[in-house]
Design a protein around this ligand. Structure first.
Ligand code: NAP
Length: 461
């Protein structure tokens, strides 16, 4: 037995009991893959096809008949055919009357047709019970058994019994059905596989916007300003210095933005005195992409680490150190060790290392293969408690890096503060509000609200 088939076997929960016969219209990639998997799971499969000669790739235990003959053999018919060919079903309407038709189709574009494919199928064969399912599972995943990340199968339909029958098949194949309601949900289910990284859009666009802003900000302060005032050419800062300023700034701001919606949600719940009212749409969407925001933040933090590692071998840095040493030799002076500076420098580095370590830990625990192995309490502990600790360490790392430069007038060029000072605004706000929220006078009612308690409105109409 080859590797693929052993995977398929692993996903099939029950191969001993013989189940009912299921008909599949279409012997294409998807029809064959689904048929193969169903046979593995104990179903009898009969294919309805335009050509009734058994093609080479058809599972050997399956029968291939004409559409009419095949439809008569089963109560459930899976339509594994592209929507544009559905009109061949109209003459079969009488045979298909009362049958459960499973629409598995996808489109090439979001909202390609005014109605969903499943609703279109229901219009073509009005006497049938149409159920939408399986469209988010690929033929390749069914065949190779690599369904770890996509075991969920969205199911919708107007007939509850028909939907239940399809959900039973889904379960028998070792997949997880998710009831999405009536056939009206089919449009949304069909659009789902066409979305390109929907949760990544906001984090990536936000990062691009912030990178552009901070790039020009640093360019003005660190390259244009010295050129205008001292005629010094620091344009080479664009290669390493400026990216190494932007990366930690982005990492810190994005990490704070992971925790800001939670804090806002807490304020809204406290204000409303209930958790049973929906958050505004923008907040809902923001909360849904927190993991992606965190992973982008981790990517920027990792780049910061790499850029920092090359600092000692940079020509500019080596020149600066040697000129300082030569200047001391020429003036016959030795700079004494400044213990305060040494403390500040070591503390800032240590905070950065610890912050990055926890950052990586957060990233690892957000991976499905890891998060599936911890319980909800452990996951919350890592993502919330350790997450806040990471934010505190990274904020402290930036604060100590600034040291006493925050108040020094030389830190301001054209009245513009150092870019890292700007990066502290959001994290400091998040940490300050979170600190206030842990006071018992706020934490207690918030916990009660989250457990379902509601504040009664004082005035009723
Ligand atoms: P395919 O390989 O092109 O197969 C489609 C089958 O439809 C053909 O093998 C043919 O079967 C039948 N057919 C073609 N023209 C026809 C016509 N004029 N009249 C009647 N039957 C016709 O497509 P597929 O990849 O299997 O996809 C089938 C459906 O599954 C599509 O709606 C697709 O959106 C959906 N789907 C596919 C995947 C995937 O990974 N491939 C994943 C999810 C959903 P016969 O020669 O036996 O008649």
């Amino acid at each position: 037995m080859n590797k693929n088939s052993s995977n398929i076997m692993a996903l099939a929960p029950n191969t001993s009991n013989k189940r009912e016969t299921v008909c599949i219209f279409g012997t294409g990639d998807f029809g064959r893959a689904l048929g193969h998997k169903m046979i593995q799971s104990g179903y009898s499969v009969v294919f309805g096809s335009r050509g009734t000669q058994t093609p080479r790739l058809i599972p050997k235990d399956a029968e291939v008949l004409s559409h009419t003959e095949a439809a008569q053999k089963a109560a459930i018919i899976i339509i594994a055919i592209q929507r544009q060919h559905y009109n061949f079903l109209t003459p079969l309407a009488e045979i298909l009357h009362g049958k459960v038709l499973v629409d598995v189709s996808n489109n090439l574009k979001i909202n390609q047709y005014p109605e969903s494919n499943a609703e279109y199928l229901a219009q073509l064969v009005p006497g049938a019970k149409v159920v939408k399912a399986f469209n988010t599972v690929s033929a390749w995943a069914l065949q190779s058994g690599t369904l770890d990340a996509s075991r969920q199968v969205f199911v919708c339909g107007d007939d509850t019994k028909a939907k239940q029958m399809v959900m039973d098949i889904v379960r028998a194949l070792g997949l997880t059905p998710l009831d999405k309601g009536s056939l009206l949900a089919a449009q949304e289910i069909e659009n789902y596989p066409l979305q390109l990284f929907p949760m990544w859009k906001f984090p990536i666009l936000l990062s691009l916007g912030l990178v552009t802003f901070f790039f020009f900000y640093c360019l003005i302060r660190d390259v244009i300003y010295p050129y205008v005032y001292d005629k010094k050419d620091f344009s080479f800062f664009i290669a390493i210095s400026i990216p190494n300023r932007i990366c930690p700034i982005l990492a810190l701001i994005l990490l704070a933005l992971v925790y800001l919606p939670g804090v806002l949600a807490a304020i809204i719940q406290l204000y409303r005195g209930t958790k049973y009212r929906r958050f505004p749409d923008w907040l809902d969407k923001w909360m849904l992409c927190r993991k992606q925001l965190g992973l982008v933040a981790l990517a920027f933090a990792s780049l910061h680490v790499l850029y920092t590692l090359v600092i000692p071998i940079r020509s500019f840095v080596r020149w600066k150190i040697s000129s300082r040493t030569i200047a001391q030799a020429l003036n016959n002076q030795t700079e004494p060790l400044n213990t305060t500076n040494a403390w500040l420098s070591d503390s800032y580095l240590s905070l950065g290392i610890l912050g990055f370590f926890l950052f990586v830990l957060l990233g690892i625990t957000s991976l499905p293969s890891v998060s599936n192995n911890v319980n909800w309490r452990e996951f919350r502990f890592v993502q919330s408690k350790l997450g806040y600790l990471t934010l505190i360490l990274c904020t402290a790392h930036t604060l100590v890096f600034g040291g006493n430069r925050f108040l020094s007038p030389s830190s301001y060029r054209w009245y513009l503060p150092n870019a890292y000072m700007l990066s502290l605004i959001v994290p400091c706000i998040v940490l300050a509000v979170k600190f206030v929220l842990i006071f018992p006078c706020l934490d207690k009612p918030l916990t009660q609200i989250r457990q379902g308690w509601e504040r009664k409105p004082q005035y009723s109409e």
